[in-house]
Each structure stands twice: as C-alpha cells, then as structure tokens.
Write a protein that binds this ligand. Structure first.
Ligand SMILES: NC(=O)c1ccc[n+]([C@@H]2O[C@H](COP(=O)([O-])OP(=O)(O)OC[C@H]3O[C@@H](n4cnc5c(N)ncnc54)[C@H](OP(=O)(O)O)[C@@H]3O)[C@@H](O)[C@H]2O)c1
Length: 255
C-alpha cells in the first residue's frame, strides 16, 4: 500500500496483542516502517506476516537491560535511526484488600516504569539521528489511572503516574534537543489485559478505536492524548476534587 504520509521509522513495544497490535496494523497500513517488539515471538511473527514489507518482528523483554540494548543495536542496524518510539509494553496486577505485596509492586513497576525508562535510554540516541526535517517523538502509553487514585490500583496506578511524571519532566529537558513527547491516557480498552477485570468497565472502547485515536493525536503533534475523552475527563475531574468528595466517590468503587 502507498503511504499517505511521509513514511516513518517506528519502534513499538508490546506489539503482540491489544492496543500495540492494533497500532502496528494501523501504522503499517499507512506505509510506515515498524520494528515491533515483545517477549513472545509467535504473535510478533503473525503480525509481521500480515504486513511483511512494513513490519519487522523483534523479541525484547523490557525488564532485561541486555535484551533492550541488543534490540536497539538491531534496530540501528536495520533502520539507521528512529522517527518515533511508542512505549506501549505493560502489565496490570491489582492489590486485593490492601494486602500490600512488594513482589507484585516490583513486577508492575519493573515492566511499566523501569522497562519504559530502559527503552527511552537506548532509543534517544536513535531519535537524535533523524535527518533534518524529521520530527523525532517519544510516545508513552500511560493510563487514566495516573490521573486519580483508584481502589486496588496501588501498583498499577503508581507505575502509570511514574510514567506520566517521568515523560512530562523529560519533555522539558528534551525541548532544546528537538525531541517531542506525547503521553497517552487511555480509559478502558478491550484487550487481553482488561479481560481479567472482574468489575464493570464504563465507556470501554476497542483496541482499534484506541489505536486510531493515538495515531490521529500523534500525527497532530499533541502533547497529550486522552481517549475516550469523556471517561478520561471524568477520572481527571475526580482526581482534582476536594479531598472529602473524592474520598467519598472513590470509596463507592471499592468492591
Ligand atoms: N487495556 C486498557 O484498558 C488500558 C488502559 C490504560 C492503559 N493501558 C496500557 O496500554 C498498554 C497496552 O496494554 P493492552 O491493554 O494492549 O494489554 P496487552 O494486550 O496485555 O498488551 C501488553 C503487551 O505488552 C507486552 N509485554 C508485557 N510485559 C512485557 C515485557 N516485560 N517486555 C516486553 N513486552 C512486554 C505483552 O507481550 P508479551 O507478553 O509477549 O511480552 C503484550 O503484548 C499497557 O501499557 C497498558 O498499561 C491499557
């Protein structure tokens, strides 16, 4: 298929399922060249088989620093530089009945936060190698959970709040170097990650709709993407309410 836009070189993490898979297909259909990574090889190969001219599969575990470094070396050898890095790999585990479990929190933080940081570290030199006229960009998938404390989300919400703070702070420091940053705040999206949820998920959207919103927002150069807007707006509003009201509403969500 002919590219509608300038074809970009993109690294997308967590591409084997859910939002990442939908994003990969959407971007490949637009003619961009993608390296798609994840831990499991089979879904990446299946994805690449759908768009063999645009999609390069690469096994990479974001919590393994060597694996991330090797991934960057392979990307540089194949593509030379990167226009965009989409930091989407993530996991979710909940804390039940305030049974704080360090191992669980560590697992979630290592994947969602430190794994993202590891990818940023190796990706920045490749983003800075873009030819003149290109706009290099880091895109991080945070969550509406970063915008207000939600029940059982101690680990997940904290990891996403860390992602948002890290990326917002990095945006300030990268401005002089010409690298743009977009932070994405999805609401509930139907993916294998949310299939485990045993509670109602209001205003849930499909992975394809979420991917379309991300691609559209990034193409416009938006620093933030909140989708679906009403749900993410309500969570953000909850986070800014006076303490007593926020506490009263949040308690209603506890099972
Ligand atoms: N679904 C939602 O409602 C929702 C809402 C807000 C934010 N998000 C965020 O959106 C992103 C995508 O989630 P999703 O809903 O599409 O879930 P998903 O289908 O489970 O996708 C997550 C992907 O991350 C990969 N991954 C997990 N751990 C990894 C690791 N250590 N190294 C490399 N890859 C790893 C997984 O592949 P492997 O297992 O093969 O590695 C998987 O393909 C996540 O960051 C999630 O927190 C989702």
């Amino acid at each position: 298929m002919k590219p509608e836009h300038q074809p970009l070189k993109i690294w997308l993490t967590g591409a084997g399922s859910g939002i990442g898979r939908a994003l990969a297909l959407h971007l490949a259909q637009q003619g961009h060249q993608l390296v798609v990574s994840g831990r499991s090889e089979a879904p990446l190969l299946a994805l690449a088989a759908e768009q063999p001219h645009c999609i390069i599969p690469l096994v990479c575990d974001v919590i393994d620093a060597d694996s991330v470094r090797q991934a960057a070396q392979r990307i540089e050898a194949r593509l030379g530089f990167l226009d965009q890095v989409i930091l989407n790999a993530g996991t979710c585990e909940y804390i039940d009945q305030a049974q704080v479990d360090l191992a669980l929190v560590r697992r979630v933080m290592e994947t969602n936060f430190l794994g993202l940081v590891a990818c940023v570290e190796v990706a920045l030199p490749l983003l800075k190698k873009v030819p003149l006229g290109h706009q290099p960009r880091l895109v991080a998938i945070s969550s509406a959970a970063a915008l207000a404390p939600l029940p059982r989300a101690e680990a997940y919400g904290a990891s996403k709040a860390a992602v948002s703070y890290f990326m917002e702070s990095l945006r300030l420091d990268l401005a002089q170097q010409g690298v743009a940053v977009t932070v994405v705040y999805p609401g509930f999206v139907a993916t294998p990650l949310t299939a485990q949820n045993d509670f109602p998920m209001p205003m849930q959207v499909t992975a394809a709709a979420m991917a379309e919103a991300i691609v559209r927002g990034v193409a416009r150069g938006q620093p933030e993407i909140r989708y679906p807007r009403l749900f993410v707006g309500l969570v953000g509003f909850l986070g800014r309410l006076p303490f007593r009201l926020r506490q009263w509403l949040s308690r209603k969500m506890v099972r």
